[in-house]
Design a protein around this ligand. Structure first.
Ligand code: HEC
Length: 183
């Protein structure tokens, strides 16, 4: 039977490949949902990813007094580490005071950051209710929400931050392109 040389070689290669070749190099095991969950905690600016739970300003103050004040100071300033309250109106100045209140564009990021990284010496130790409450407390101290407001997955994404319009998107959206064209 006539067979072109190239076809013979190809057939030979297939015939000698190990049967599990499609499964990759056989290194490691797929991660389980249970092991993935602690890493899968990003919150989007529109609130996607926010967990159930809620927290008031008052409850947040109580947690803050216990777990945050030593590093961030009374009512969010004057501590040895980052100032969390104040600085609004300073971004136009040479000496900017960047806090979560003056600088951060989305309130949902405050939740994400605290849950992920604080308290510094014991990250991911807070309950979701505590994180909502701390977020409410910091928003209140920054004059962004009222004392009676409660933060949860519905209310938090609706909070408008003073510097929301202060960032330039690296990847323009249709809307931002339209706005650019109008200038
Ligand atoms: C042991 C000290 C310590 C404690 C306690 C602590 N923090 Fe922090 N916090 C830090 C440090 C240090 C940073 C800056 C980390 C960095 O930039 O990588 C920070 C940063 C932050 C930021 C971001 C500030 C910014 O503008 O970038 C927030 C919000 C915050 N902390 C909230 C909290 C809350 C809420 C608590 C209490 C649950 C808390 N922290 C407890 C040390 C602490």
């Amino acid at each position: 039977m006539f067979m072109p040389k190239k076809l013979v070689i190809v057939l030979f290669v297939f015939a000698t490949m190990p049967s599990n070749a499609q499964e990759g190099a056989g290194l490691g095991t797929p991660i389980s949902q249970q092991n993935l969950a602690p890493w899968d905690i990003s919150i989007q600016p529109n609130g996607d990813g926010l967990p159930p739970g809620s927290g008031s300003v008052e409850a947040g103050e109580a947690v803050y007094m216990q777990k945050c004040i030593a590093c961030h100071g009374v009512e969010g300033s004057g501590g040895p580490y980052d100032q969390l309250v104040g600085g609004q109106g300073t971004l136009e100045q040479l000496q900017q005071v960047r806090t979560v209140g003056s600088f951060w564009p989305y309130a949902s990021t405050i939740f994400d950051y605290i849950r992920r990284a604080m308290p510094f010496e014991n990250p991911q130790s807070l309950t979701n209710d505590e994180v909502y409450a701390l977020t409410a407390y910091l928003l209140f101290e920054n004059g962004i929400i009222d004392e009676d407001d409660v933060m949860n997955s519905e209310t938090l994404p609706e909070v408008e931050m003073p510097n929301e319009e202060g960032f330039i998107l690296a990847y323009p959206t249709d809307k931002s392109m339209e706005e650019m064209n109008e200038i």
